[in-house]
Ligand binder design. Structure first.
Ligand code: SAH
Length: 208
């Protein structure tokens, strides 16, 4: 017997480049339907982004898995997510590191995500309300930062809150109508370098 999440892993993630066994196990263990409104639940295991409240989306499972795999979270790491949305990606990430801070600018979404995470027992995730382009200095620096909304440029605050050896995943689109480029930034001492991974489609990171 396999669960829908286990089938999603076998059919949608493994064939598309998700190879890290820890990531596959985490994706198989988080029930995505629990992060959706009742009327959307029948779509929970389709490999696409789906609508949630406040005109926002829950990310596509393959993109969540590939971003987390690239961020290479370790069991003792502290990670920051910008754009909590439903809380789904934070839940997956929390299975792979010590602690997750996730920031959402829509208070209603943050509250709902926080309730879902608590109900399902993801107790190493803290949901904060605010503008995530400023990062979350109180708990910085971070081993890994995942930005789940497309930025016009890379916010300095996020780079500053990355530990030496830390990894940040961020979709960047230089203009609203340009394709978004998922980038990985790596800090080594004072040196920060990036490379492009693949094109993505996220809602915009709204700053200010
Ligand atoms: N990771 C989520 C999907 C996020 S969608 C999930 O798994 O469900 C992107 C989210 O980023 C939206 O909820 C949007 O409200 C939020 N957002 C946009 N700009 C933001 C900002 N500056 N700070 C924090 N959250 C932001």
């Amino acid at each position: 017997m396999s669960t829908p999440a286990q089938r999603m892993v076998a059919e949608q993630l493994v064939p598309h480049g998700v190879t890290d066994p820890r990531v596959l196990e985490a994706m198989a263990s988080v029930p995505r339907e629990e992060f959706l409104a009742a009327r959307m639940r029948r779509h929970a295991y389709e490999d696409r982004a789906l609508a949630i409240e406040c005109g926002q989306t829950i990310s596509q499972p393959l993109v969540v898995a590939l971003m987390i795999q690239a961020a290479a979270p370790q069991s003792d790491d502290i990670a920051l997510e910008v754009g909590t949305g439903s809380g789904y990606a934070a839940a997956v990430l929390s299975r792979l590191c010590r602690r997750v801070i996730t920031i959402e600018r829509e208070a209603a979404l943050a509250e709902h995500a926080s309730e879902t995470l608590r109900r399902l027992g993801f107790d190493n995730v803290e949901v904060a309300v605010g503008d995530g382009s400023e990062g979350w200095p109180a708990e910085a620096p971070y081993n890994a930062i995942l930005v789940a909304a497309a930025a016009r440029g890379v916010p300095d605050a996020l780079i500053e809150q990355l530990l030496d050896g830390g990894r940040m995943l961020i979709p960047v689109a230089l203009a609203a109508d340009e394709p978004q480029d998922l980038r990985i930034y790596v800090r080594r001492g004072m040196d920060v370098s990036y490379r492009s991974l693949f094109p993505v489609l996220f809602v915009p990171l709204r700053t200010g």
